[in-house]
Ligand binder design. Structure first.
Ligand code: BGC
Length: 871
């Protein structure tokens, strides 16, 4: 039991104030400057004409389980006022607020009416609204009077978008595209004001054509969604206190149709059941660069107030590593700034088709004053340049020339060196995994082209040519574990779990004494006795109000086994903002997702206000792994305070297509960047002994529509090089305490039931030592959702098969899960050995968590450095 740890005073705490300041300090590092004609930063805090749907209704982060319930969200309007600007468009902002409220009311009424007509309650309808958020589109007209009354030459336009789990975005005006009203607003304002600054308060890529075409737009900044103090960070951007140095983590296309998955993605082709990953490994810039499609903004792009030179001082090999020494100099005279050096590599592709180039390393400078310089050293392990060869079931470095490019975006690079490998090297042998995809999956074939462009000839002639010794590589091979023998019970004495924790008994002896039923309880979360909404709202925990789930309480009385609390993320900790502790020791949640329960109950009121940190996409835009680790550390400190053992974050799925409704919760289209970010986040959280992350959602979960029954048809190569590669990096570098499987199927098998991913890939190949859990209600009867338009072509995942796959914990865990596990045992689908194996995974984690571990205990952190530094 965690007890009730939240403060009983409603006053803002020192922790909140401190953590908000920490978030504010990183704002500039995360913001991406897309255009600036010199308007930014503003020279003084004066009058601002503020417009746009995000001006007052600023989006701090997305909706659903990725939401964080905060004390207050500072809107852009409020942030500007607090920082001494005078916002002169109050009347327009009032009109806009009314228009948005009317739109919201109409939407809510339509959902309630539909639910009631289908025999459901209003409360159910409100739950469905959380799972199917509305993107606000209403926009009030801007008139000549608004402009006249604003008494300023400077307009700021906040263009906001919101999305969340359960629904994908659409390629329509008002969502991916700018609405007609937004376009005419911008045209009008650009003509009326001397300066028009457009701020993108968004969590996913949008169409930027109008922003590039309308004359008179002075500056465009991707401010992203910075959490509950977003408005203050915008004020800092305008004053120059925050200097933007972020870079895009995705390719922003000229046209939505340029994305190779645009034709088939989610609802685009009317089929939300089968998703064919026909682009294979050619995701994001890997596609645009290889197929010669010009993006609007390239992957890795971001401007600065100043200018930089980026020179390669030296490139050398050290065993099988390549070291690049890069000198970055602030060549401007007025502003300080930070630059990101990015290393892309083109590999030979005689036998295996390859992307034109791939990001292989990056590093960000400190803040450089005008004239100041810094030498960055980036170390690449040559083995990490290997490609997966499906025919040979191996990772292979093909013989030939590896072209190393260095630059500040994927489209602005110079050749830095050529590394020659005289012979082909197999770096790693693996088992073939993931049963063959549907034969109708036909992957696109890249054009045969040179690995370099003609413009690079002169560069290539002048750079160092190095040779790598093929015999220096050590072949990596794996053994794939078989199921251990059933344990033998050695004693009739009851072994309490504390004896194991205290070193007085062996874990295996503790497990051997458990009955099949007790083992089955351990395998399901604590909602086995819950009925109704409590168990389905992502707010199922009994001891930490608002936690999404917890491990079983069924073994507490007899064996003293405590419960771990599992809390959502990734933009902070999602907990019920307030709750009442009743005299009987139970609690009633107030606010957030606390549906049901007696809100008028008598008792002690507690306040759980947490810090909303920037969304993952915004954090990743910093390209600063230490910064991301510091946000993990912030969350870790809040987990310690409130007793949340596992954070259900970071989310790290690949941005396969801009329309995925959860892209804001994820980092990038690139697996290296995403994997490094999640590793950094994990190391930050796990700095707190006994508290850990849950990386999610494994595997190939890139669509939200029909998310529980969509089948990702995908090649083994695309899985290994793109969709699993990010998870691999995080597991190998940071050993997250836990991992969450996804809802979807992969080549016809539910990710939650997939032994290839959860056992062979994750544990046998990558060496994962933590616990695996399902996503919420993966195995449940969701007929109630079918009424809401879910297409169930494929069956639901199976609790017994979760156990078989080594998916240790079913969350939130319902009675039918428990019963199904026991039925699976009777039917021979699983054996007691499966239950014991999974119990060992769960209990080993428990021994290492704060509930048991000695305070100095750290979950094993491998020695590797998360940045690419050379030390
Ligand atoms: C989401 C997960 C989340 C879980 C618990 C699910 O709907 O997909 O990301 O952690 O709910 O709230």
């Amino acid at each position: 039991m965690s007890g009730f740890l939240a403060p009983t005073s409603p006053e803002i705490t020192q922790r909140e104030i401190r953590n908000q300041a920490r978030v504010r300090a990183i704002a500039g590092d995360c913001m991406v400057l897309l255009k600036n004609d010199g308007a930014l930063p503003l020279k003084q805090k004066g009058r601002i004409a503020l417009y746009g749907n995000g001006a007052r209704a600023t989006v701090k982060g997305g909706t659903g389980s990725g939401d964080v319930y905060v004390r207050e969200t500072v809107s852009v309007e409020e942030g500007l006022r607090r920082e001494g600007f005078v916002v002169t468009t109050g009347e327009w902002l009032d009109r806009q607020e009314r228009a948005a409220a009317e739109e919201r009311k109409a939407y809510e009424q339509s959902v309630i009416d539909a639910a009631v007509a289908a025999g459901q309650t209003e409360e159910y309808a409100r739950m469905m609204m959380i799972l199917n958020p509305m993107t606000p589109r209403a926009l009030a007209d801007i008139t000549q009077d608004d402009v006249r009354n604003s008494l300023t030459d400077t307009a700021v336009y906040v263009l906001a978008r919101n999305s969340g789990e359960g629904r994908d975005r659409s390629a329509e005006p008002g969502d991916y595209e700018l609405s007609g009203a937004e376009v005419s607003n911008l045209r009008f304002l650009a003509a009326q004001y001397e300066k028009l600054i457009v701020l993108l308060n968004i969590g996913g890529v949008i169409d930027t054509k109008p922003l590039r075409e309308i004359p008179g737009i002075s500056a465009v900044v991707l401010t992203g969604q910075m959490g509950n103090i977003t408005g203050l960070t915008v004020a800092d951007l305008l004053t120059g206190r925050a200097i933007p140095s972020g870079k895009l983590t995705d390719t922003w296309a000229e046209n939505y149709a340029d994305y190779p998955s645009s034709g088939v993605f989610s609802h685009n082709d009317g089929d939300v059941s089968d998703e064919y990953y026909t682009e294979g490994i050619f995701v994001g810039y890997r596609y645009f660069d290889t197929f010669g499609v010009r993006p609007a903004y390239a992957f890795g792009f971001g401007l600065s107030y100043t200018s930089f030179s980026l020179d390669t001082e030296a490139v050398k090999t050290e065993g099988t590593d390549i070291l690049l020494h890069l000198r970055v100099r602030n060549t401007g005279s007025e502003y300080a700034g930070r630059e990101v050096a990015q290393v892309y590599v083109s590999a030979p592709s005689e036998r295996i088709p390859k992307p034109w180039q791939e990001l292989r390393g990056f590093a960000k400078t400190r803040l450089l004053q005008p004239g100041e310089e810094e030498t960055l050293c980036i170390r690449l392990h040559a083995a990490s340049l290997a490609s997966f060869c499906p025919k040979c079931s191996a990772w292979v470095l093909e013989a030939g020339d590896y072209i190393l490019r260095v630059g500040n975006s994927s489209r602005n690079t110079r050749v830095a060196a050529v590394v020659r490998l005289p012979e082909t090297v197999i770096t790693e042998k693996v088992q073939p995994l993931f049963r063959d995809p549907d034969p109708s999956l036909e992957e696109i074939v890249p054009p045969r082209s040179e690995r370099t462009s003609p413009e690079e000839d002169a560069e290539i002639a002048s750079v160092p040519k190095l040779t790598m010794d093929p015999s220096a590589f050590v072949l990596k091979e794996h053994s794939y574990a078989s199921l251990p023998e059933v344990l033998k019970k050695k004693t009739d004495r009851l072994i309490p779990f504390d004896d194991v924790a205290g070193g007085k008994a062996e874990l295996d002896d503790f497990i051997a004494q458990l009955s099949d039923e007790e083992l089955a309880y351990l395998m399901v979360g604590n909602s086995v006795d819950n009925v109704g909404f409590n168990s389905v709202l992502g707010a199922a925990a009994k001891t930490l109000p608002g936690a999404a789930g917890e491990t079983t309480g069924k073994l507490e009385q007899k064996y003293g086994l405590k419960q771990m609390e599992l809390c959502d993320g990734p933009a902070g900790l999602r907990l019920t903002p307030e709750y009442i502790e009743k005299p009987d020791g139970t609690a009633v949640g107030l606010g957030g997702m606390s549906f049901g329960g007696d809100k008028a109950a008598e008792g002690i009121r507690h306040y759980q206000y947490l810090t909303a940190i920037p969304i993952a996409m915004t954090l990743a835009s910093s390209w600063d792994l230490n910064l991301i680790a510091s946000m993990g550390d912030l969350v870790g400190s809040e987990m310690e305070q409130f007793g949340a053992t596992l954070w259900l974050a970071p989310g790290m799925n690949i941005h396969r297509n801009p329309l995925c409704g959860r892209n804001f919760e994820y980092y990038s289209e690139d697996p290296l960047l995403a994997g490094k970010c999640a590793a950094a986040d994990t190391l930050g959280v796990q700095k707190h002994p006994g508290y850990g992350t849950t990386v999610k959602h494994f595997l190939a979960n890139n669509q939200e529509d029909n998310r529980m029954f969509t089948n990702s048809h995908i090649s083994e190569r695309a899985i290994r090089e793109i969709y699993a590669r990010n998870f691999q990096i995080t597991v190998e570098e940071a050993q997250p305490m836990s991992l969450m499987t996804s809802y979807n199927l992969v080549n016809g098998i539910h990710a939650a039931n997939n032994e290839d991913s959860v056992t062979r890939l994750l544990r046998d190949e990558w060496g994962f030592r933590g616990m695996v859990m399902t996503d919420w209600l993966t195995t449940s009867d969701l007929s109630f959702m079918l009424a809401a338009g879910v297409a169930q072509k494929y069956g639901k995942s199976d609790a017994a098969l979760c156990v078989k796959a080594q998916n240790d914990l079913i969350e939130p865990g319902e009675k039918p899960d428990f019963e199904r596990i026991l039925a699976g045992l009777r039917e021979g689908v699983i054996t007691r050995a499966h239950l014991e194996r999974n119990a060992r995974n769960i209990l080993t984690l428990m021994l290492r968590c704060h509930l048991y571990a000695h305070q100095s205990y750290h979950f094993p952190i491998p020695g590797k450095c998360i940045t690419f530094t050379c030390e």
